[in-house]
Design a protein around this ligand. Sequence first.
Ligand SMILES: Nc1ncnc2c1ncn2[C@@H]1O[C@H](COP(=O)(O)OP(=O)(O)OP(=O)(O)O)[C@@H](O)[C@H]1O
Length: 360
Amino acid sequence: MSRLDIRTIEKSFGDVRVLKGVDLTVESGEFFTLLGPSGCGKTTLLRIIAGFQRQDAGEIVVDGDRIDARPAHKRDIGMVFQDYAVFPHLTVAENIAFGLRARRMGDADVRARVDEGLRMVRLEGLGQRLPSELSGGQQQRVGLARAMAIRPKLLLMDEPLSNLDAKLRVDLREDIRDIQKRLGITTIYVTHDQEEALAISDRICVMDRGVVEQVGTPFEVYRAPRRRFAAAFVGTMNFVAADSDGGRVRIGPLTLPVAAPARDGFQLAIRPENVVVGAPTDGDARGAIRLEGAVRKITFLGREAHYTLSTPVGEIVAQVADPTRELLDVEGRTIAIALPYDKVVLFTAEGDATPFGAAT
Ligand SMILES: Nc1ncnc2c1ncn2[C@@H]1O[C@H](COP(=O)(O)OP(=O)(O)OP(=O)(O)O)[C@@H](O)[C@H]1O
């Protein structure tokens, strides 16, 4: 099990700065995901760790040793790519054995490791096939078994599931996670799919335009986003514009106190599943922002329903789990909704989350 330190990595292509001083630590045995939109620099960072690309500045350190001066094949890193990248002229078993033979492992040990690899990725009995005789998902399993067979210090995976259909993606991601946990190989995984990142990771690094926006567990990134970008990119989020008014925040007709000194350009954010639909308007107004919403649309999806509401502070999307018949009958009507203070996140104009002291 190995620890990876990425220290102030800079990379430009021409005059485009693709990585702007990236600092990250990946702990031993961790499943660490780089998540961000296309072009944010995820693949470039992975290629720099692997040694396929050279950084302009900064260091890559594994277990205290700088590895960035070494060529790729001397870094003890396994890689799995999006486009399978198995050797087409070698059988499945030969593919898995490839790195072991290169390391001069004895025949009996190679056979044992190949059999174990085939079992691990559930391809028993297919060792003698050529990759062309396998499905895309099976080829990716071969790629995984080959990368894992050498028991590398680090396993790097670049969108390994993106060429597979939805059902296979879920099956294989669960297998990847199980195998990674069993072997304890420190893994850096690249994806732009936020659900995949939430499902598979110990921690997620949300990146945007060459900058780390937030690093945290899936729960932290989803429930307590530190940056507006992370809040918007991971899951669905309602944003409501808010103005400052001294030490208070004005949201439409409402004025609420905030803990931080108020400046212009605030945004209030709340997840659809945290919007309470059909809340009573009377009763205690503390504990939640209470609004009226005209129900524009209801989409019933069985175990949940999605509501699009026009409110005095703008459009709000709400999600109701297991809705009652009465609640599905309110399209076109104006209903009460509530935004509980403890579920609201407030962002400054700079995009930083700021304490929301409205519950007083
Ligand atoms: N060899 C290269 N020469 C010039 N520009 C490059 C090169 N490699 C990457 N880039 C540019 O660097 C930026 C970051 O690319 P990168 O592939 O790291 O992004 P990414 O986050 O992995 O995106 P994607 O999910 O689309 O692969 C992009 O604007 C890309 O066009």
